[in-house]
Design a protein around this ligand. Structure first.
Ligand SMILES: [Zn+2]
Length: 230
């Protein structure tokens, strides 16, 4: 599953063109056709599997390489799918200096599925609501990375790069960083995923500090980050 190379889907319930991807549209091959890429990237499936286990969502989501800008969450024939551009993710890791950056992008796309954005699509959705969806996915990304062992800095690394620059179609970077942080704190603290992340952004407190007397919530196995494996 993880080594499939998808073409631009011909039949899609609706494709969510992630804003972070739109801002790097130059990475998409000019002819829009899929290109064979080898070797089989088992790492992509591993990352998704760890995130799904940590969040209790995503086991049924399929993942594969495709000639997208960076990554997208789409629905193909009722199948929730994440597509990613391996080279773009590896460039992101190189720019940030951490393999967590690409992981956070995959987690962000998984968040679009969790909150139903990809299935619902963006047709007819008000611009403010589209931006809110981005913040929801950012919250999910932070939550997932907090659960699998990333530091807050690692969870926010991708958002601090040039590809995440603020625009009219992009939430202010400060809000995105705050959404990631709110999710990260909830994930680290073992709280359930917020169904309305904006509420957590307003009320998120300091990060919990596990101690010998209060070790905190059960943790999940950390994700072993690698680079150059996408
Ligand atoms: Zn997005």
């Amino acid at each position: 599953m993880d080594n499939r190379v998808y073409s631009r889907p011909l039949r899609v319930s609706f494709g969510w063109a992630c804003l972070i991807a739109l801002l790097t549209a130059g990475a998409t091959p000019a002819n829009g056709r899929p290109r064979p890429e080898a070797p089989a990237p088992s790492y992509g499936a591993y990352v998704l599997g760890r995130l799904a286990e940590a969040c209790g969502f995503g086991a049924g989501v399929q993942i594969g390489r495709a000639p997208v800008s960076v990554a997208e969450a789409i629905v193909i024939d009722d199948q929730e799918t994440i597509l990613y551009n391996a080279r773009a993710l590896e460039r992101l890791d190189a720019e940030t200096g951490t393999g967590w950056a690409a992981v956070s992008v995959i987690a962000h796309e998984l968040g679009h599925h969790y909150y139903g954005h990809a299935a619902a699509g963006v047709a007819g959705v008000a611009a403010d609501d589209v931006l809110r969806c981005e913040l929801d996915a950012d919250y999910f990304s932070g939550y997932a990375l907090g659960r699998v062992g990333a530091s807050l800095g690692d969870a926010q690394a991708a958002q601090r790069t040039s590809i995440a620059a603020e625009s009219a179609w992009h939430p202010p970077s400060s809000e995105r960083l705050r959404a990631i942080e709110a999710g990260w704190r909830d994930g680290l603290g073992g709280l359930p995923l917020a169904q309305v992340p904006s509420c957590r952004m307003e009320s998120a407190g300091p990060a919990p500090a596990p101690s010998a007397c209060d070790p905190g919530p059960p943790t999940v196995a950390p994700l072993a980050v690698q680079t150059g494996r996408w």
